[in-house]
Design a protein around this ligand. Structure first.
Ligand code: AG3
Length: 310
């Protein structure tokens, strides 16, 4: 049998690859190409537009930081909006919190939900049939522009902010999201890898800084994403996600319907401690966004693999 490997397009001269055990499904949806592959290590994996999104063995490495850092940073979240997240993993993690009484997911591509339910049902784990959950197939940007509903937490679980998902860091989208937050609300979004995608990371944080009073990027490891070191960012008008009551987080953690594999109050706190080179990179967000940083500027800021960006 031929040795078959899957890799995302390279970042500069850098590429991570996985042995393909089985090709289960592939389709071109109205929005993107969609594949489900069984990869050695990650297990069954969802690939959108040629980039790895999630897999059975590793979904927690991405969903726990996205969902639980944001939800525990809020003292008492009841209503959550998820934009994207068609694999249902973010929804499942949100619904682990007993305080949640409404979790609305707005996903643009119905095919992602269908393929995930068919090939990766463990990732949503029945979340779509939970009484508290609602799924709308719609453009999240349009939904937010029109809704009068208010949410305690908004999570953006998107593909990389290039192509269609670039709209999710536009000033209009973020203003609409800010308006859709209830008082004390906060918004979290994946912001790419400071190592393999420093420009996407900086553009996302910069867009948040232009919208929210309090903006805190944080880090974690997602082994199936390029360079593994990943980032998310939280924006809020009132809530600082780095200060929360340890005792109440510990109590709430015990009440979750499933035990977690990454999140703890110590991990929450540590995630916001940024290496100094990431801080130097972030200083580049204070300049004009229309001119993304050059490779020389990234190198000067101490970026560890400047070869990944041309
Ligand atoms: N969303 C995708 C995060 C970005 C991955 N980027 C990449 N592999 N180049 C994750 C969706 C999981 N619900």
């Amino acid at each position: 049998m031929a040795d078959e490997w899957f890799a995302e397009p390279p970042y500069g001269g850098v590429q991570q690859r996985y042995r393909v055990l089985e090709r289960l499904y592939s389709q071109t949806t109205p929005w993107q190409t969609l594949e489900v592959l069984d990869l050695e290590g990650p297990g069954r994996a969802l690939i959108l537009a040629g980039t790895l999104q999630t897999s059975l063995n590793e979904e927690f490495t991405y969903h726990e930081p996205l969902v639980h850092v944001a939800l525990f940073a809020h003292p008492n979240p009841h209503r959550v909006l998820i934009i994207g997240g068609g694999d249902g993993g973010a929804l499942r993690h949100v619904l682990l919190h007993p305080s949640i009484d409404r979790a609305l997911e707005v996903e643009i591509d119905q095919a992602v939900v269908e393929a995930s339910l068919r090939f990766l049902p463990e990732i949503s784990g029945g979340a779509y049939s939970d009484q508290r959950a609602e799924l709308k197939i719609d453009d999240g940007a349009r939904f937010l522009a029109e809704t009068s509903e208010r949410f305690d937490v908004i999570l953006v679980d998107s593909t990389d902010p290039v192509g269609p998902a670039a709209a999710l860091i536009s000033p209009e989208f973020l203003q609409h999201a800010r308006h859709a937050l209830a008082p004390g609300g906060l918004m979290a979004m994946q912001s790419g890898s400071p190592v393999s995608q420093p420009r996407e990371f900086l553009a996302t944080v910069r867009a948040f800084k232009n919208t929210f009073r309090i903006v805190k990027p944080y880090l974690g490891y997602v082994p199936i994403y390029p360079a593994m070191l990943w980032s998310w960012v939280i924006g809020s008008e009132e809530v600082d996600p780095t200060s929360y009551d340890d005792v109440s987080v510990r109590n709430r953690l015990e009440q979750l319907r499933e035990s977690l594999r990454i999140y703890s109050p110590a991990v929450h706190r540590a995630a916001f401690a940024l290496p100094r080179y990431v801080q130097s990179l972030l200083e580049l967000t204070d300049r004009d966004l229309d001119k993304p940083p050059t490779a020389a500027e990234l190198r000067a800021a101490g970026h560890p693999l400047p070869g990944v960006v041309a």
